[in-house]
Design a protein around this ligand. Structure first.
Ligand code: JF5
Length: 294
């Protein structure tokens, strides 16, 4: 996979040289190039912003440098890239979006600053490539750079060969190869291609047989068995794999009910057994069919 990032703060992306993404880049699994937008400015001051038409506070990024930067990023041989533009007003970036992006041969991330990029840049780019305006959450950043770091990490760990342990991808909260974003081709990562009810969540299967689709992960433990007087739950040392799986499912259900109640409402009732319903009842969720999304 090839990734190009256009920004006025190239130094912001130094962390991408570290950790698993840096190693993946060294192996050639992903190729990330960071470009300084000011290289396509037209004056000695390397100006990339101007005052907004119609008045108002702040500055807007000028269209000309962006147009030329995107021309350069798309000039290379090969398939047209997907352009990803972070913005608080975009469609929500989810695990499914990440899974779809991980299947793209080329991604270009455009980092806006100030009050945003002149809207004609995205309009014109849409005439020659797929363009997604995406939000990583309901808060406002000073620019797109932090959002791009988040997205590049979420995407790259799903690229085959980048993460050493494929099982941990399948197992984590929101993860899993049963995700429709993984199963579907090309446009699966487009925010508008999100499935109707599941939204960000895993669909009916998590792809690793643990049956924990759509639930948050419960607590995890390692040695020592007793630490500062606190014992690891004994069931985890019992060797009883059925009991361990049941305990983990109880913990996932309880945690999801407490932290993300809306995810409980999105569960397929057919995926819940009597024990699940008992656990959810104790967590304050009466599991009657009419309360469920399905
Ligand atoms: C940005 C103008 C882009 O603030 C964000 C953002 C929030 N959630 N997801 C992304 O993007 C940065 C700020 C101002 C354009």
């Amino acid at each position: 996979m090839r990734i190009d990032i256009i920004t006025i703060f190239p130094g912001y992306f130094a962390p991408l040289g570290m950790s698993l993404i840096g190693k993946a880049a060294l192996r050639g699994d992903v190729q990330i190039t960071v470009h300084d937008l000011r290289d396509w400015s037209h004056d000695a001051h390397r100006t990339v912003d101007d005052t907004p038409y119609g008045g108002g506070p702040g500055m807007v990024m000028k269209p000309e440098p962006w147009g030329e930067a995107l021309d350069a990023a798309t000039a290379a041989d090969g398939p047209a890239p997907r352009l990803v533009v972070p913005a608080p007003s975009g469609a929500l970036f989810t695990q499914q979006t990440a899974a779809g992006y991980a299947r793209e041969p080329r991604l270009v991330f455009a980092c806006g600053r100030y009050e945003g990029i002149d809207a004609r840049v995205v309009d014109e780019a849409r005439t020659r490539m797929a363009v997604d305006e995406v939000s990583i959450g309901d808060y406002v950043l000073a620019g797109g750079e932090a959002a791009v770091l988040v997205m590049v990490e979420a995407v790259c760990r799903l690229v085959p060969g980048v993460l050493g342990n494929a099982a941990s991808v399948a197992d984590d909260s929101f993860g899993g190869s049963g995700d429709p974003g993984v199963a579907a081709p090309a446009d699966a990562g487009r925010p508008e291609a999100a499935p109707p009810a599941g939204g960000a969540r895993r669909a009916a299967t998590d792809g690793c047989g643990s049956g924990m689709a759509g639930l948050l992960e419960g607590p995890v433990y390692t040695k020592p068995r007793v630490w500062r007087g606190r014992e690891v739950p004994p069931v985890l040392l019992s060797g009883d794999h059925g009991a361990i799986a049941r305990w983990r499912r109880d913990a996932a259900l309880s945690r999801t009910a407490a932290m993300r109640p809306e995810l409980i409402h999105r569960l397929d009732p057919a995926s819940l057994n009597d024990r699940d319903r008992e656990v959810l009842s104790r967590a304050g969720f009466p599991m009657h069919p009419e309360d469920m999304a399905h």
